[in-house]
Design a protein around this ligand. Sequence first.
Ligand code: ABU
Length: 457
Amino acid sequence: MKTHDVLNWIKEIHRQLDEKTQSSEGIVPIEQLREKLDLEVNREASKQEQLMSFINAYIRYSAPTSSKRFMNQLWSSTEPESLIGEHLSAALNTSMYTYEVAPVATLLEQSLVDYLSNKIWKQNCEGVMTSGGTASNMQALLTARNFKVKSSKGEGLQSLHHPLYVIASKEAHYSVKRSLNILGLGEDQLIEVEVNSSGQMTAEGVESAIEQVKAKSGQVLAVVATAGTTVRGAFDDLKGIGKLCEAQNVWFHVDGAYGASVILSESHSELVHGIEHADSVSWDFHKMLGLHLPAAFLFMKQKGQLAGALASGNDGYLFHDEDTMDLGKKSLQCGRRADVVKLWLSWKAKGEIGFQERIDSMFASARGLAELIEQNPKLELLETPQSINVCFRYRSEDGERYEHVIRETLKEQGSLIVNFSKNEEGPFFRVAVTRPDIDQNDWKDFLSQIIKQGEQL
Ligand code: ABU
């Protein structure tokens, strides 16, 4: 196949994708999907028509993530420049481990690390792009472990004199618990702090968790605060918790995978006041800011900690020169995509102001949705949104909870895909407003679909 054939194929993919975004085909249940797809792993080469037929099916039966009907995740539609950046990065196909094979991308990543770490700490600190928020949180805790307990890198956990604990809120992302398992600390060593009525972990909550650990003769390895929880979009008290961690000499990690982006908005950056107390910060650009997955960073306040926590092994075959800027020394990955290219292109195209406007529009849109829910007697708003997540219930006439059935029916019909979660009173819908172009008419249509479905049950 020649390059111009590749371009024609890519054009055709985007033509079909545009068509899909406008259509309202539902999600096919798994048993039917198995029958519709050619899942055979072939020995003989396939013909081009067969490849095109695979592409058709892939597009047709995938979730409609570019459509306004898709409200299921903490990300949704993407920015066009990000897509061009993805194509550029794929066309050049390199790996971020060494400067020599990724000279331009290395300088771009370094430039963004400097700029963004300045946003957090008002000085150039360090950072690296990762495969997502989960990887960032895990690497932050690994770095905390190796710096707070120096012997753990070489001797492992048998060298510990005290059990280590990590403190996070009950509503923190599951990756915190998983990290404790992966790092050999044990997931039972996570102390989960109750949140206040707005879903936030408070400094008082953390203080009493620290007392709990002391009473067990343990050591607090790290406190993980969340800037933007996945369900309620809540922001923990970063200032209070950060000051407490400084006073207690405890590593303070901010999981801002979802919400750290608000730092770019003059109107909403107060949500992350106190982030400057952090030792490490996770920050994803594929959530609020509309970049293609993945576009994630881990930042460290103190330079040298990333490579310091990882460097080991017989890596001289790859890293030939101590003085070069080889980002692979800071990364858990060896081969790594040049994810920075899409972010760089998007940033150049919009400027910081463009990202700020995007965030402000999404916040306004979330408020608009909450108002419509509050005004409608058939719906119950669970709380005033703190950021861009809106949680609500459908009030059924018989008092039963039908959110799950409503959701599944709408998904199969192709009307929309919306996520749900649960609290003590049962399930509720969770909308994360992760695109800036949804207006009040879109929301009215969205809510009327839910109500119509509820009324038909
Ligand atoms: N890392 C959290 C992503 C989950 C979601 O997109 O809903």
